[in-house]
Design a protein. Structure first.
Length: 378
């Protein structure tokens, strides 16, 4: 309201001053406007009440607001399949269901599982016999009671079976059968596909009764620890962002629920729109943040030092911010500027370093803008 009153007063003053000039009733120094320059008389200077200042450094509190989407790191999007294939006996979960590490996701049947267990137990039994024969032949050979050839043959048989048993153990582990607890009494024709981590089911790609090859995917699951927040930051904010920085994250649906996160990467690549990617991770998994969801982030900088001017120095017209420089002889030049945040009566001036040596109008800037606009229109 203060600026509006100044504006009205100044317009009235200029109007009557011009009228008086035409009537030759009063002699005033004429106000001139040359595009972005305006010159006032001494009387007009006093009427508008112009004061000047200069840019200064101040530590202010700045909040950077970013937005983007949640996604999953490729290493944490897992395709679930059966290494030996088989018929799907059952699928235990639905899309969107949460699960814990080790929980059964699906059950697969295949006679190969029976054959593998049989082969393991047979090889294990043969190995036990081969070990006894090897130890016996070793003792006999030491006492020269058997030939080296017989001993070496027993040794080779033992090592071959030992290798075969070890390989079969690893195969059984791949299909979640514990070889060390396997006996002839607990051989089974099915295997349980268990979850390798805590997570969520993303897609179900099979059904009960379907026969799958080893390359067929039963379902896709998401490891919640791999949730990434892809945020967009503009060029002017990049210097204020760094790896390890703590941020707050929230959704459009629930802006009051602020979740803590941490920046893990600021991509060193400016895109055509002047932005770059900032990647962050949640400190704790949240069911609220799911892949594909739009998110927002606030980053508060409490000790942000920047170049500022008093708020009254900055005037706006048609979505552009301006300041006036006092260039002497009651003459003032208009400049367009880029502004940042306002805090405690001061406004951040982007690239304000260029204004260090200039005298900037503080009080009266709005009146100057309106007077200049009025004169240009005339």
């Amino acid at each position: 309201m203060k600026y509006v009153s100044h504006f009205i007063y100044l317009l009235v003053f200029v109007f009557y001053s011009c009228a008086d000039n035409k009537k030759n009733t009063k002699s005033l120094e004429k106000t001139v406007a040359l595009s972005d320059v305006i010159q006032l008389s001494e009387e007009q200077i006093k009427t508008v009440g112009i004061n000047t200042t200069s840019v200064e450094y101040r530590t202010i509190e700045k909040t950077i607001r970013l937005n983007g989407k949640a996604s999953i790191a490729p290493s944490h999007l897992i395709s679930v399949s059966s290494i030996f294939g088989g018929r799907v006996k059952s699928i235990q979960l639905l899309p969107g269901n949460h699960f814990s590490k080790g929980q059964i996701l699906a059950v697969i049947e295949n006679e190969q599982f029976v054959q593998l267990q049989q082969e393991y137990l047979t090889t294990k039994a043969k190995l036990e016999m081969a070990q006894l024969d090897f130890e016996r032949q070793k003792e006999l050979n030491t006492n020269k009671a058997s030939s080296d050839k017989t001993f070496q043959s027993a040794q080779a048989e033992y090592k071959v079976l030992e290798t075969a048993k070890k390989a079969l153990e690893e195969k059984l582990k791949l299909i979640n059968i514990n070889p060390f607890s396997l006996t002839t009494e607990n051989i089974r024709g099915f295997i349980n596909i268990t979850a390798p981590c805590n997570g969520t089911v993303s897609k179900i790609l099979s059904n009960a009764g379907r026969y799958l090859s080893s390359s067929d995917v039963i379902m896709e699951i998401i490891d919640n620890q791999g949730l990434l927040l892809h945020l967009k930051a503009f060029e002017s904010d990049i210097p204020s962002l760094q790896t390890g920085q703590n941020i707050l994250v929230y959704t459009n649906q629930n802006p009051e629920n602020k979740l803590t996160a941490k920046i893990i990467s600021v991509v060193p690549n400016i895109q055509d729109d002047g932005s770059t990617d900032v990647i962050a991770t949640l400190d704790k998994p949240s069911d609220e943040i799911i892949p594909g969801l739009y998110i927002n982030s606030d980053i508060t900088l409490k000790d942000y030092q920047t170049v500022v001017l008093p708020e009254q120095s900055v005037v706006s017209f048609e979505n552009t911010s301006y300041i006036f420089e006092d260039i002497g002889n009651n003459t003032f030049k208009l400049f367009s500027i880029n502004t940042g945040i306002s805090h405690n009566g001061f406004t951040e001036i982007i690239d304000g370093e260029n204004l260090k040596s200039k005298k900037i109008v503080s009080k009266g800037a709005y009146g100057l803008l309106m007077a200049l606009k009025n004169l240009i229109e005339e």
